[in-house]
Design a protein. Sequence first.
Length: 154
Amino acid sequence: MGEKKERIVIGSDHAAYPLKESMKSYLLKKGFEVSDVGTYSEASVDYPDYGMALARLVSTGEIRRGILMCGTGLGMSMTANRFSHVRAALCNDVETAAMSRRHNDANILVLGGRIIEEALARDIVDVWLKTPFDGGRHQNRLDKFDCVVQSALD
């Protein structure tokens, strides 16, 4: 039997559509199964629609990790981080990508399609996908995230 491919969900608004399409092809070539929540063209859309669609999948545990993109990455990261169990990290360099995994166990990577070049985006994605979570004292800190969400709901 073949090895099961990791499933990555990907989404963007119109501003980052070209980068999303490039990253989707790149991930497929690397052997990942890619689910695309849109957008599907450069026609203007509202980024929260796509950020929420992806974050919901990660929040419920249906998908383990995802990649979101918009013009700067700011709107998508703000949208995604409103969901429980989501730790979306806006990364514009490889060091931030590595630390988002090592210390924060980021489960959504956010990229700014108008901020970073395609080659750098590939490097960031590679580092983010291969870097493990350090656990330990960092897990204790992450456990507090869900306490904050729960207390806000009470």
